[in-house]
Design a protein. Structure first.
Length: 396
């Protein structure tokens, strides 16, 4: 009996201790900074929020607007080369420069070599719908802008077909874009000076690339969805979420896909820490998944929240911010039971524990999240009747 008791005590000492259940959180109110009716995307640099939109007149142009934290307009810039151009993805680099990516038509006959043009007189993400690209807009285009929206450089890569760029990632070694061209998902990269690689096509129209993250070693991480075999990995569900790593040399080095049978999954967004979000649909149940991966694509933590399937994510200053379109009660969030889809912003620790929840009934679905140390966490969201607003998580 004594030996049995000693064994039980020893086993209990070797077993992991049970952690306390996460505390329930009550929803607090988000601050709506400004209406941004025409905005298609949002970035932040220093103390400035910058929206971009595509406008039509004699030709398609790109309109950028700089706002302060109160929503007051600081400046307006227009990118207009005299031909059609649209921007469909944007980011900000470590120095605060703004990078836009999209498509443009050629001013003159397209040359066979990649052209790099510096402006002499500047006049200055369930997936959302993006502007349609006309057949003559067959140049993949990247614009580098100052924090004041002034065009610093324009990089062009002529293609035989128009491309629709869905995401951009920038670090000190270069810029990478993903999107769709000739009905196939592609990856293309360029050096900081604008020297482009050839497009790398991945899969067919049964695959989509929704997010891209460049690694410090020059490799590239791709995230999206697929209903076909990729990298020798066969389909597990009706549609799987996929993670793919492309080496610095441009070869596919690894493909990881979700394993839920009879489920539809997609990774919609990712941040620089490889924290991802996407939807999981099994039967009639739809959830938004948030998962932190390491550099080998092994999951470190994951959580699922009931939603409409729309979500985005951003990690900054040690906190992960996840925004979803919520349409039901959520376990651990007290007093929350929306009657219509409503944006809910949740905060998570580095271990994936939810620590806060924020919302405003005027907002229905997230578009993007941004962060600077001067502004804190801000975002762009859809509302009722096609309205679009900028919101902020104020520190109180």
């Amino acid at each position: 009996m004594k030996k049995l008791l000693l064994l039980i005590i020893a086993a209990s000492l070797l077993s992991p201790t049970a952690s306390a259940a996460p505390k329930a959180v009550a929803v607090k109110k988000l601050d709506i900074v400004a209406s941004a009716v025409s905005a298609e995307g949002l970035v932040a640099t220093g103390k400035t929020l910058v929206t971009y939109s595509n406008t039509g007149s004699a030709n398609s142009n790109i309109l950028l607007t700089g706002l302060d934290v109160t929503g007051a307009q600081q400046w307006v810039r227009t990118i207009d080369s005299g031909v059609d151009e649209i921007a469909t993805a944007a980011t900000v680099d470590a120095a605060g420069a703004i990078w836009l990516a999209g498509s443009s038509a050629a001013v003159t006959a397209a040359e066979s070599a990649t052209a790099e043009i510096a402006a002499e007189n500047p006049d200055g993400v369930v997936a959302e719908e993006l502007p349609k690209v006309r057949s003559d807009m067959n140049q993949i285009t990247i614009w580098k802008l100052s924090p004041l929206g002034e065009t610093l450089a324009t990089y062009l890569s002529p293609q035989t077909s128009p491309a629709l760029v869905s995401a951009i990632s920038v670090n000190s070694s270069g810029i990478s874009l993903v999107g769709v061209m000739a009905d196939r998902p592609f990856l293309i990269s360029t050096s900081p000076a604008g020297v482009f690689t050839k497009p790398l096509f991945i899969g067919t129209n049964k695959t989509a690339l929704n997010a891209v993250v460049r690694s410090p070693d020059g490799s590239i991480n791709l995230f999206g969805e697929s209903a076909e075999t990729l990298g020798g990995k066969k389909l597990a569900g009706t549609r799987d979420g996929i993670l793919a790593k492309v080496s610095k040399a441009g070869a596919i080095a690894n493909v990881v896909r979700s394993s839920a049978t009879k489920a539809q999954r997609s990774w919609l967004a990712a941040d620089s820490t490889l924290t991802l979000t996407g939807y999981v649909k099994s039967g009639k149940v739809v959830e938004s998944a948030f998962t932190k991966f390491n550099s080998s694509f092994a999951p470190m933590w994951t959580t699922r929240i009931p939603s409409t399937g729309t979500s985005t994510v951003l990690t900054a200053a040690g906190t992960t911010y996840g925004a979803i379109s919520s349409n039901s009660a959520i376990k651990g969030v007290t007093g929350w039971k929306p009657t219509t889809p409503t944006l809910l912003l949740a905060t998570f620790t580095s271990k994936g524990v939810m620590t806060g929840a924020y919302a405003d009934s005027q907002l229905s679905a997230p578009i993007s999240l941004v962060y600077t140390k001067e502004l804190g966490l801000c975002g762009l969201a859809r509302g009722a009747a096609e309205s679009i607003s900028i919101f902020r998580l104020a520190t109180r």
